[in-house]
Design a binder for this molecule. Structure first.
Ligand SMILES: Nc1ncnc2c1ncn2[C@@H]1O[C@H](COP(=O)(O)OP(=O)(O)OP(=O)(O)O)[C@@H](O)[C@H]1O
Ligand SMILES: [Mg+2]
Length: 258
């Protein structure tokens, strides 16, 4: 089962990814969670202890590795390098596990406008494709912004793209754009997930303004999320209302895509 999670900045992609990762890990599944944010914070949402956090390093920052695999130093533009470097060993070598969730941080590449090809972007692209081909039981991709990472060739492997929205027009506007991008590359199986929903009116707003996508479920607004962050605790443990809502979503997903 391969699930990508996207949506406007700050809507709750990482929170949802952490909830689903932990609940499937607790159910005994083999979970690989991938943090594709240039400023990774999924480890925090999963409550990784300091000792493990120190061991995590985003792939995009591994200059020596990138040079070794692509044949060029990161930062190089032009010149020759391999655009499909070897990456098959990276997920196991560089992921760090905690409570049954293996986490891999991709890190960010400044693409400098569309079409830029540099050693580090070749590395990340190849790694993304490889992850989609792997036979992990559950792969969760905490995406950054849109769905640009997901090339045409890999569309077949994503079982669901979840688009997280808040009850705001802006986040629903972004959802509409993501839906369009997904349509352009032929990606279907899209679901909307409402987050930070305070009452029935806000839930109704999301349903009414939905860009014609099925609503997988709604996570309530809960101050416990911020508290969990302050205390360094996993949202999954600390906020029962979100855990319950995420469990219902997981049940639907299991029924629909397993
Ligand atoms: N259900 C919720 N109730 C209250 N606060 C929430 C809820 N979900 C997320 N938040 C808060 O909203 C902020 C953004 O959440 P999160 O980091 O999960 O979003 P994101 O979409 O991954 O953000 P980014 O685009 O920066 O990666 C955090 O401060 C988090 O504590
Ligand atoms: Mg995030």
């Amino acid at each position: 089962m391969k699930i990508a999670i996207s949506g406007k900045g700050g809507v709750g992609k990482t929170t949802l990814t952490a909830l689903l990762a932990q609940l499937w890990a607790d159910a005994g599944r083999d979970v690989l969670a991938v943090d594709a944010d240039p400023a990774p914070c999924l480890a925090g949402a999963l409550g990784f202890p300091a000792g493990l956090l120190a061991r995590l390093r985003p792939i995009a920052e591994m200059d020596t590795l990138i040079e070794e695999r692509t044949g060029a130093k990161p930062g190089t533009v032009g010149g020759f390098f391999t655009i499909n470097p070897r990456v098959d060993d990276l997920p196991d070598r560089f992921s760090v596990a905690h409570r049954g969730v293996r986490l891999l941080e991709m890190g960010g590449v400044d693409m400098g406008g569309s079409g830029c090809i540099c050693p580090e972007s070749a590395m990340l692209k190849t790694l993304f494709t490889h992850l989609l081909f792997r036979q992990d039981e559950v792969l969760l991709l905490d995406m950054y912004a849109g769905v640009e990472h997901l090339g045409r060739a890999t569309v077949d492997f994503v079982d669901a793209l979840l688009i997280v929205v808040e009850p705001t027009r802006r986040s629903l506007g972004t959802a509409r754009q993501i839906k369009q991008l997904a349509a352009d590359i032929g990606l279907d199986h899209l679901w909307l997930v409402g987050n930070k929903v305070r009452n029935e009116d806000e839930a109704a707003f999301i349903r009414a303004e939905s860009p014609d996508l099925p609503l997988l479920g709604v996570l309530p607004a809960d101050m416990g999320v911020q508290e969990a962050d302050r205390l360094g605790l996993p949202v999954y443990d600390h906020v029962p209302s979100l855990r319950t809502a995420a469990r219902q979503m997981a049940t639907v997903l299991e029924k629909e895509i397993l």
